[in-house]
Write a protein that binds this ligand. Structure first.
Ligand SMILES: Cc1cc2nc3c(=O)[nH]c(=O)nc-3n(C[C@H](O)[C@H](O)[C@H](O)COP(=O)(O)OP(=O)(O)OC[C@H]3O[C@@H](n4cnc5c(N)ncnc54)[C@H](O)[C@@H]3O)c2cc1C
Length: 468
């Protein structure tokens, strides 16, 4: 356990009285929490972790003043976007200042297929602005409605759109970023290409992002379809895979939900008949006839159709049933569940999905109790291009030991599991060790280790002299 260090936040506030501070205890508790409650393990570990004070800088000048003061006082700073992260990423482990980045929310410029925007901009806002010029985001999380650009880059992965463009970290998606070093007199640092990617998914520990520059996709008129299959998850999987691979059908998302996952989505019985597996597909309007033909070939039936823009406007988009939204729907209906995050091997992905589904996803012998692990697959292109499946299986939680057995069982079948029940940067996606480029960025941009301290399991690294 990390002991909370008392910080003199009153003198910090007195030094910068014009800033927009929050000191109310209830509000601080709320602001310090994200969606780590998806994990019963993280929920217990992060209980009571809260910022000493929160602040919402209105512009870069205020942020620079704040960062300089914090560096002079060795005061921890934890950046916060919209707090939709899943691992307690913006929950301060050592108190200090929670920095709400939402005030830095401008599009800096857009030139053709490239945009540069401030880190606190909401992705839905950014996409709205891009659409006016005929472009859209290449990839965004299913939380796009509230999630911020900085939060996606520092805490997320991708999601919607990754079926075409891969994860956000695929080379060419993020072109550059600027960050503010946490030092007494901070001056923004510009990072290009791989140097910018060193700040990706390090939960705000390796640099405070000011702006991010993205390559864009041409805007499409997207159609949302629900295709259901009568009791055959194999058919749903095969259709999902065929659609994901179909080169003539542009798509934004393809997800396959094994029954009973669709039943967790409240008030959608019209689209999800009992006992049916479902594919949620978001495809270009021009591709709709071909997608319907493909669905029919695999025995699928279309039960729902909507224009994506209109569906988003009405809060009825199937994009908010994909990715970890399916977990959100499930946990609302059945709080006894949690989830995993997995990826399968290109070329073997369908066989691997079937193998784990067969081993852990069958209903209990009496068929009255639901399976221990319910399957939810998302098709994407991997970092280096091939089409793969990823999954967010829903697990009946009966304790840490059993959860680990399931993870081990998946791994024994060759499946990669990024365990989402850890509170350290190194232990999820990075498989145990901070990448050298991220460590170098940390030394350069946060030499005093004030950014989100405690989230790096090992810092300073053993072979490095202490910094700062
Ligand atoms: C229902 C649900 C569905 C989800 N679906 C997806 C999905 O499809 N794809 C996906 O990738 N993720 C998904 N997530 C996780 C999360 O929503 C995304 O990663 C989202 O992009 C986070 O953005 P945010 O603004 O909420 O970030 P926050 O949660 O506020 O922050 C995330 C991390 O980034 C850091 N950070 C924030 N701003 C900055 C900054 N300016 N500089 C440095 N560090 C910063 C924070 O300190 C924190 O460590 C989902 C989560 C939920 C609850």
């Amino acid at each position: 356990m990390i002991a909370a260090v008392p910080h003199d936040v009153e003198s910090l506030r007195a030094a910068l009285p014009a800033l927009d501070w929050t000191t109310d205890a209830g509000r601080l508790a709320l602001l310090s929490r994200d969606f780590s409650w998806f994990s019963p393990i993280l929920k217990a570990e992060l209980e009571g972790k809260v910022a000493d004070i929160a602040v919402r800088p209105r512009d870069e000048a205020e942020l620079r003043q704040l960062v300089g003061e914090c560096a002079r006082r060795a005061m921890p700073l934890t950046p916060r976007g919209a707090a939709t992260g899943n691992y307690g990423q913006c929950t301060p482990l050592q108190g200090g200042v929670l920095v709400d980045m939402g005030g830095l929310n401008r599009v800096v410029w857009q030139r053709g297929g490239v945009v540069r925007a401030q880190a606190g901009i909401r992705l839905a806002e950014l996409e709205r602005s891009l659409r006016e010029h005929g472009f859209e985001l290449r990839t965004m999380p299913s939380t796009f409605r509230v999630a911020t650009l900085g939060g996606l880059f520092a805490g997320g992965f991708g999601g919607v759109g990754s079926i075409t463009y891969g994860p956000i970290a695929a080379p060419g998606n993020v072109l550059g970023a600027s960050a503010l070093p946490v030092v007494p007199e901070p001056v923004p640092v510009e990072l290009r290409g791989a140097d910018a990617l060193a700040l990706h998914h390090t939960w705000g520990t390796t640099g405070l992002l000011l702006e991010v520059e993205l390559a864009l996709a041409p805007a499409q008129s997207w159609i949302e379809l629900v295709v259901v299959f009568d009791g055959s998850f194999d058919a749903a999987l095969d259709f999902g895979d065929a659609l994901a691979a179909a080169p003539g059908c542009p798509k934004r998302n393809v997800a396959a939900l094994a029954w009973p996952v669709p039943r967790f989505i409240a008030k959608w019985e019209h689209a999800f008949p009992p006992g049916h597996d479902a594919v949620l597909a978001v495809v270009a309007e021009s591709a709709e006839p071909a997608v319907r033909e493909l669905a029919a070939r695999f025995g699928g039936r279309v039960t729902h159709r909507a224009e994506s823009i209109e569906a988003q406007r009405r809060n009825q988009t199937i994009l908010e049933m994909c990715w970890n939204h399916s977990t959100l729907h499930a946990l609302k209906a059945d709080p006894g569940r949690t989830y995993l995050q997995c990826s399968f091997t290109a070329g073997k992905h369908l066989a691997q999905v079937r193998a784990v589904h067969q081993r852990f996803g069958s209903p209990n012998a009496d068929a009255r109790t639901e399976a221990e692990v319910l399957m939810h697959v998302e098709f994407i292109r991997s970092l280096d291009g091939p089409l793969i499946a990823t999954a967010l299986p829903l697990v009946r939680y009966t304790g840490e030991a059993r959860l680990q057995e399931i993870i081990d069982g998946y791994r024994a079948l060759g499946v990669r599991v990024n365990n989402p029940h850890h509170k350290h940067v190194e232990d999820g996606r990075f498989g145990g060790t901070l990448p050298p480029a991220a460590a170098a960025a940390k030394r350069r941009l946060d030499p005093m280790n004030l950014l989100n301290p405690g989230k790096l399991r090992v810092w300073p690294l053993p072979d490095q002299p202490p910094q700062g």
